[in-house]
Design a protein around this ligand. Structure first.
Ligand code: SAM
Length: 300
């Protein structure tokens, strides 16, 4: 560890966390998904697995009292931490992160933040690594916001609910497979790194957790002529899992696909008319949506 940080009180244990919480009379806000890490080993593992170096800019979503932020500041070139709870801002700025000169704490709701603009302002052109113990109530929208922000992301290493990590990683034919799996796998290579027991958090969450790393592809692994349209097809296919894909897609007026065109596209791909979305790979969704786009154009 760098000499200049040797006097920092690290928070990755129950005693030091409680001391800070008591000093500021902080009470946890359930509505913000606040479960703070109290295990130093796990924090170091996450930062190590994220491969953070002095050449990197790290975006942390939800620093809490700054437990992981401290370690990120010690390993990264620069860190920006976006926190929604205004009660945490003085704790971070005046106390737990006061020793670090490479961190910017931003009080904001990440879902209302222009992520690309923020990164441009603070990254100084360095690769962007997102590292976070995410608030579980908004995991999926945050993942979508990150990938759709147009930010030059290198990777996203995040703690999520174990079940959600599984959904991001699975392939066709399993009950967990769905729109989230396909969206994540279009943008990134997912890898579940470790599972984390509830005892590593304060307060203890009711669910198991896991750390997943999403390494962004330079180019998506499939060629969709119109990715937005493909995701429209994907979302419609999984919206009503018990319906056939043809029924779900054709009953969505926004997609504008007639039964005839759908039947023709399915046949061209070699799928049975009653096929369900859960049977198709990402590549097959791309192929089907490319055919549908051309059918739409040709006879409109
Ligand atoms: N990183 C800390 C840790 O590991 O101890 C805290 C993690 S806690 C699971 C999630 C954090 O995200 C909380 O600090 C919470 O206040 C914050 N948060 C919740 N919703 C948010 C939002 N929309 N934008 C930014 N931060 C948010």
């Amino acid at each position: 560890m760098d000499e200049k940080y040797k006097n920092v009180l690290h928070l990755g244990n129950p005693t030091n966390t409680l001391a800070v919480l008591n000093r500021y009379q902080f009470s946890f806000q359930k509505k913000f998904g606040q479960n703070f890490l109290i295990d130093d080993n796990i924090i170091h593992k996450i930062v190590r697995e994220a491969g953070v170096t002095k050449d990197d800019f790290v975006l942390e979503i939800g620093p809490g009292i700054g437990t992981m932020t401290q370690i990120l500041c010690e390993q990264a070139g620069a860190v920006a931490a976006v926190e929604i709870d205004e009660k945490l801002i003085p704790i971070l700025q005046e106390d737990t992160l006061a020793a670090y000169d490479n961190v910017t704490v931003i009080r904001a709701d990440i879902l209302k933040t222009d992520i690309a603009a923020l990164v441009q302002e603070y990254s100084g052109g360095r690769p962007v690594k997102v590292v976070a113990n995410l608030p579980y109530y908004i995991t999926t929208p945050i993942i979508f916001a990150l990938f759709e922000s147009g930010t030059p992301l290198h990777s996203v290493t995040v703690m999520v609910q174990k079940e959600v990590a599984d959904r991001m990683q699975v392939g066709p034919g399993t009950k967990d497979y769905g729109a989230l799996s396909l969206a994540v796998q279009y943008y990134a290579r997912p890898q579940v790194l470790l599972t984390v027991p509830a005892g590593c958090f304060m307060p203890r969450p009711k669910v198991d957790s896991a750390v997943i790393r999403l390494e962004r592809y330079e180019k998506p692994p499939v060629q969709a002529e119109d990715a937005e349209f493909m995701f429209g097809i994907i979302r419609a296919s999984f919206n009503q899992r018990r319906k056939t894909m043809a029924n779900s897609v054709c009953s969505n007026p926004e997609l504008g696909i007639t039964k005839e065109k759908m039947a023709s596209a399915l046949a061209q791909c070699g799928f049975a008319p009653a096929v369900r979305g859960e049977a198709l790979t990402l590549e097959q969704f791309a192929e089907l949506s490319n055919i549908l786009i051309n059918l739409k154009k040709s006879k409109e």
